[in-house]
Design a protein around this ligand. Structure first.
Ligand SMILES: [Zn+2]
Length: 275
């Protein structure tokens, strides 16, 4: 499976296929620890809280350099990777904040519709946050994790084939080793049935981005995943159109970014005055 995905970026028999294969196998063996998940109940300030947290993480916590890969590359030779400033990265990241801001809306709808955890039937669900929140957008007290995915019509076709882009590979594996059960909540951006599907397993995601890292910055590569979902799905509620909400989040994200950058600019000015 993995080898097939790698091979499509090369001519047949290219010796680099084997090299990339080994690289992916090595990344697959990287183990992560299961860190405790901080949970919280969203209030009316949930969206700014999330956005400020994300901006803070990008600008002040994450230490790795940022890169921009040519994600449209069809071959290994077309793969490129550029270093990118954190400002640019934060701007790009906040360009479409709906993926980050959907969780409070989904939580509210689930609570209103008396959602019960598919594993333990509890109605006590929280939002996940903090550093251990990989795969944990919404968390049940029993430890079951629910990953929220806002999807457009095209991605919905993937869901109909029981496939979906997933998050970080090593954290999924670590949680699985710990006995965690994972679900996805699929939320159509334009409104419609919001559904719940159990995640069967994940595969490493082999794409142009991963190959670009292999080529230019293998030490900074991280393995993402593709999730394979169970065929059965449960309809949770009829979701509203989220496009206006997404627009509101974007305006807020822009304001918060400006504030964060202004603080940065002052720090830099002070730095230059001091030398
Ligand atoms: Zn539960």
């Amino acid at each position: 499976m993995t080898q097939m995905n790698i091979a499509k970026f090369f001519h047949r028999g290219d010796p680099r296929i084997r090299k990339v294969q080994k690289f992916v196998e090595k990344l697959q063996r990287v183990h992560a620890e299961v860190s405790p998940i901080e949970t919280w109940i969203p209030d009316s300030n949930a969206v700014p809280t999330i956005l400020v947290g994300e901006i803070h993480y990008l600008l002040h916590v994450k230490k790795d350099p940022y890169y921009n890969a040519n994600i449209r590359a069809k071959t290994y030779d077309e793969c490129t990777l550029e270093r990118q400033s954190i400002y640019r990265t934060a701007q790009d990241y906040m360009e479409r904040p709906l993926g980050l801001c959907a969780e409070p809306v989904v939580w509210e709808n689930l609570t209103k519709n008396r959602f019960q955890c598919p594993e333990c039937a509890s109605t006590d669900i929280r939002l996940g946050g903090g550093s251990g929140s990989a795969w944990a957008d919404i968390v049940c007290t029993c430890g079951t994790l629910l990953e929220v995915k806002t999807v457009n019509r095209n991605v919905m076709k993937m869901v109909q084939r029981n496939k979906m882009r997933g998050g970080n590979y090593k954290y999924f594996k670590a949680q699985r080793r710990n006995g965690t059960t994972h679900y996805m909540i699929i939320v159509p951006k334009e409104g419609g049935d919001v559904i719940l599907k159990k995640i069967q397993y994940v595969n490493p995601r082999i794409d142009a981005k991963l190959l670009s890292f292999h080529k230019y910055a293998p030490e900074h590569a991280s393995l993402k995943s593709n999730a394979v979902l169970r065929r059965e799905s449960i309809t949770l509620y009829k979701g509203e159109n989220l496009l206006d909400y997404g627009e509101e989040c974007k305006i807020l994200a822009e304001k918060l970014l400006k504030l964060a950058f202004a603080r940065y600019a002052r720090t830099i000015q002070r730095f230059f005055k001091s030398i």
